[in-house]
Design a protein around this ligand. Structure first.
Ligand code: AMP
Ligand code: MG
Length: 333
């Protein structure tokens, strides 16, 4: 099955053509960072306006690069939530119009469901079920048990900030440009991860919940304190990153202690972080199970993962444009 994917849930205008939920024939993404960076975060109104002006050309581009056309595809997959409502509406309304005009099936995809399978794009690997996914992005930090493409259970969530949000906010305190995660990682490369003993949130034994707001606040107090004078920003960045990675890896270890999984899978924008990816692979090695980490281009929001998720489930044909909503059977909020 050849699907056109459309993803406009946040600030990336993304389109793709994917065959059989796996082979990426094209993957187009226009990032809007230059329009949001001066505000230090994403401005929803700007994001939806940019999507409105970019999306038609991005769809043509994805079809052209894949050597196909609207006639050649078997259906359209679109992110229906969660996300910024104005941004989602642009993608969903466009997808509805295309489905209506062509008579082809329309698949409403939960954005997080897309992330879960991003590590299997453009690989020969078949997801070994059940697997444990660590989904870490700008808006979410969750552990998800994946029994099959349609049987998912969120077993842990953050109590406050998402990991990506913590990266972004602390990066801002360090005077780094938006988006902060990649910039903080680059700065951390020259730093000592043991320079500052930032706190790690540890719930009672067996509990899996995550929390990053205490860490974020502690970074703010540290930077305003006298102690900060003797420490470089690179050391602060490296120590902060190490604290986030420790918390995430500790929760993965706890989940693996509680149940047997056949693989662990990393996903979401923060999966692009090398320190996290390396520690995650190490967990897989020590447990003797495969650890899947997406290629960098599939970590951040992209439309290939949306087309792939629609293909894997195959039961989400919401061709009637009036009934298009995010799939209620998925547990994500
Ligand atoms: P998403 O919400 O999936 O689009 O992911 C975006 C989030 O991932 C933002 O909070 C980014 O700061 C974060 N991010 C992207 N790359 C990195 C990285 N290399 N290290 C840490 N965080 C990152
Ligand atoms: Mg995302």
């Amino acid at each position: 099955m050849l699907l056109l994917g459309i993803e406009t849930s946040c600030d990336d205008t993304a389109t793709a053509v994917v065959r059989d939920g796996r082979a990426v024939l094209s993957n187009v993404s226009t990032n809007q960072d230059e329009f949001h960076s001066k505000y230090g975060g994403i401005v929803p109104e700007i994001a939806s306006r940019r999507h409105a002006s970019l999306l038609s050309a991005a769809i043509d581009d994805a079809l052209d690069r894949a050597g196909t056309s609207l006639d050649g595809i078997d259906g359209i997959a679109v992110t229906a939530g969660p996300g910024l409502i104005g941004s989602l509406v642009v993608g969903v309304a466009t997808a509805k119009a295309l489905a209506f005009a062509t008579g082809k099936p329309l698949y409403a995809v939960n954005h997080l469901h897309g992330h879960l399978f991003a590590a299997f794009l453009d690989t020969e690997a078949v997801p070994p079920y059940p697997f444990l996914a660590l989904l870490v992005s700008g808006g979410h930090s969750q552990l998800v048990e994946v029994e099959s493409p349609s049987e998912l259970r969120v077993i842990a969530k953050t109590r406050d900030d998402a990991a990506g949000e913590a990266f972004d906010k602390t990066a801002r305190l360090l005077g780094l440009p938006f988006p902060g995660g990649p910039a903080l990682e680059a700065l951390a490369r020259d730093g000592n991860p043991k320079a500052v003993a930032f706190p790690r949130y540890r719930p009672e034994p067996g509990a899996l919940d995550l929390s990053f707001s205490g860490l974020k606040t502690s970074a703010r107090y540290f930077l305003a304190s006298d102690a900060a004078k003797g420490v470089s920003y690179a050391d602060v960045a490296a120590s902060f990153q190490a604290a986030i990675v420790d918390v995430l890896i500790d929760r993965v270890e706890r989940a693996l202690d509680a149940r047997e999984y056949r693989a662990i899978v990393l996903s979401g924008g923060v999966a692009a972080n090398m320190a996290l990816a390396t520690a995650f692979r190490r967990v897989g090695d020590s447990r003797g199970i495969p650890a899947f980490v997406p290629e960098r281009r599939f970590c951040t929001d992209n439309a290939a993962m949306i087309a792939a998720a629609a293909d894997r489930r195959g039961d989400l044909d919401l061709r009637d444009p009036l009934t298009l909503t995010a799939n209620p059977n998925l547990p994500f909020g």
